[in-house]
Structure formats: structure tokens, C-alpha cells
Write a protein of this length. Structure first.
Length: 286
């Protein structure tokens, strides 16, 4: 079986590649920069960009299955090329946000467009819909933890069920490797709900140094996040945190049901990423 992995150098894509290689699949990887991809030996690396569908054609030829990173602007063109090349099953990295039908969810609209393009193609599909990635903490909190050993955020008592990116990849790889997953939409979470304040203490344990949580107002957070995030994304993040205070999310066991092993804990994720939160040397920038 030949599998093409798009987004192969991303946080999830790298784990997908590793799992497929370990299981003996013939793996192709699509990346914008093959020379610096750093993928395992034996992986056939193709230069290409989902934002330029014509560059994906060569990598698709002869592939039977496709792991599709979500780029809604060109999804229909890429999927059409996949169908033309004879791809029989597409596993989409989607998001649980597609379940929000309010019309105000930026992430939901983004991922729903990709799902719809794949469904319309007639190719067998599996949608992998993770809830919030633990890796989001790298861009939300990474700089302030490295520089000041502090996290400033609103809604400190808002619980989240953060998922390890390796578990998302494990579900995707299972759906690519095994039959029986066509037509399935898998919502994924981590195994436990932790408040933001509790997440900081878990990170402190992994880092081996004290970290503190400072509560700020939603308006203060809006101004800070607005410096590096689009306004719709800022409002989405603040919205789900506010909602979580009154409607705490619950873990689901999809990772274990699909892969046969429990999802990794947040403590495991924190240990795996402890180096990403290490203090910066004097004069360094993140």
C-alpha cells in the first residue's frame, strides 16, 4: 500500500509518517522544502504545496491512500487530482469545531469546507476531528513561560481536554492502514479535563521549576492575542474558554477505541515538550 502524507513536516504529519513507516507502508511525503524535511529514510519525499494543486500531481500518481492536511481554498482541486490518480481513501485532518453550526466559528468553517470537498468526490473518507491540541500552548504560553515563568490568561478555571498530537496521528494512521474506517468521523480528546491553572502546574512539574498563573480579563487577553492572531480566531478562543467555565467538556475514549491504547495524558505531553518551555538564554528571542 502506498500512502501520501501531506503536511508531512507538521506536528501531526511527522507522527503519521513515523507510524506508517513503522508498520511497513510505502510512504510518500509532500513538503515545500524537501532538503530540510528531516523525514525517516525510506520515505519518498516530494516537493509540493497544497496551495498550488498542480505541484501535488506527481506525488499522487500511484498512491492508494491520502492523508490530507486542511487547506480549504484548494481542497476541491487537490481532491479532484487525487480521484484522477486513483486514490481510494482519504483521511482528513479536521477539527471538532465542525460540529459548531452557529455560523460564527472560524475554525469550523475552515475545516467543514475541506470535509465537504472530500465527501463530494465520492472517494472513501475518514474525518479525524481532534478537539483542542495541547500544542496550542506553545504559541499561546510558550514565550511568557520561557521569558518570565508566567502564564497570563483569562478564565483560569476553564477546563479543557487537550490532546497530544501523537494520538491524533495514531488515529489517522490506523484509518490509513486498516480497512473498516470509511465513512467514520472520529472526535478526539485527551483523557482528562484540566483547568488552565492546573495545566500550568503540570507544565511546572515537567519543567522542574515554579510557574505561576495570572488571571487577566477577557478584554486584556483580546488586546494581547490580537497582536498575533486574526480577530475571528481571538473571539473563537475566548468564546470556547468562557463556555467551558459553565459547560465543562468531557473526555471521549475514541483514541483507545480506534487504536487499542489509551490516549496520552497531558502530563505526558508536558514531559515530551519540556524543552520547548525552557528559559531563554539572555538576549535570545522566541
Amino acid at each position: 500500500m502506498t500512502v501520501l502524507v501531506t503536511g508531512a513536516t507538521g506536528a501531526v504529519g511527522r507522527h503519521v509518517v513515523d507510524r506508517l513507516v513503522a508498520e511497513g507502508a510505502s510512504v510518500r511525503a509532500l513538503t515545500r522544502s524537501p532538503a530540510t524535511a528531516g523525514l525517516p529514510s525510506g520515505v519518498e519525499v516530494f516537493e509540493g504545496d497544497l496551495e498550488r494543486p498542480a505541484t501535488v500531481r506527481a506525488a499522487l500518481e500511484g498512491a492508494e491512500r491520502l492523508y490530507l492536511f486542511p487547506v480549504p481554498e484548494t481542497a476541491r482541486e487537490v481532491v479532484a487530482l487525487a480521484k484522477e490518480a486513483g486514490v481510494r481513501h482519504i483521511v482528513v485532518l479536521s477539527s471538532s469545531s465542525v460540529l459548531d453550526t452557529s455560523g460564527d466559528n472560524h475554525s469550523g468553517a475552515h475545516h467543514r469546507a475541506v470535509e465537504e470537498a472530500v465527501e463530494a468526490s465520492g472517494i472513501d473518507w475518514t474525518f479525524v476531528r481532534p478537539d483542542e491540541f495541547a500544542t496550542n500552548l506553545l504559541w499561546k504560553w510558550g514565550h511568557s513561560i520561557r521569558a518570565e515563568s508566567v502564564v497570563r490568561a483569562p478564565y483560569g478555571n476553564a477546563p479543557r481536554v487537550l490532546i497530544h498530537e501523537a494520538d491524533v496521528a495514531a488515529v489517522a494512521a490506523t484509518a490509513l492502514l486498516e480497512d473498516g474506517h470509511a465513512g467514520q468521523a472520529y472526535v478526539l480528546t485527551g483523557p482528562q479535563a484540566l483547568t488552565q491553572a492546573d495545566q500550568v502546574q503540570v507544565l511546572a512539574g515537567a519543567a522542574g521549576r515554579p510557574l505561576r498563573f495570572e488571571e487577566i480579563t477577557p478584554d486584556e487577553a483580546r488586546a494581547e492575542m490580537g497582536r498575533f492572531m486574526p480577530a475571528p480566531v481571538v473571539e473563537m478562543v475566548l468564546g470556547y474558554l468562557a463556555d467551558a467555565v459553565h459547560h465543562p467538556p468531557s473526555p471521549v475514549d475514541t483514541v483507545e477505541r480506534v487504536t487499542g491504547r489509551p490516549a496520552r495524558t497531558f502530563a505526558r505531553w508536558a514531559a515530551d515538550h519540556a524543552a520547548d518551555f525552557a528559559p531563554q538564554p539572555a538576549g535570545a528571542t522566541a
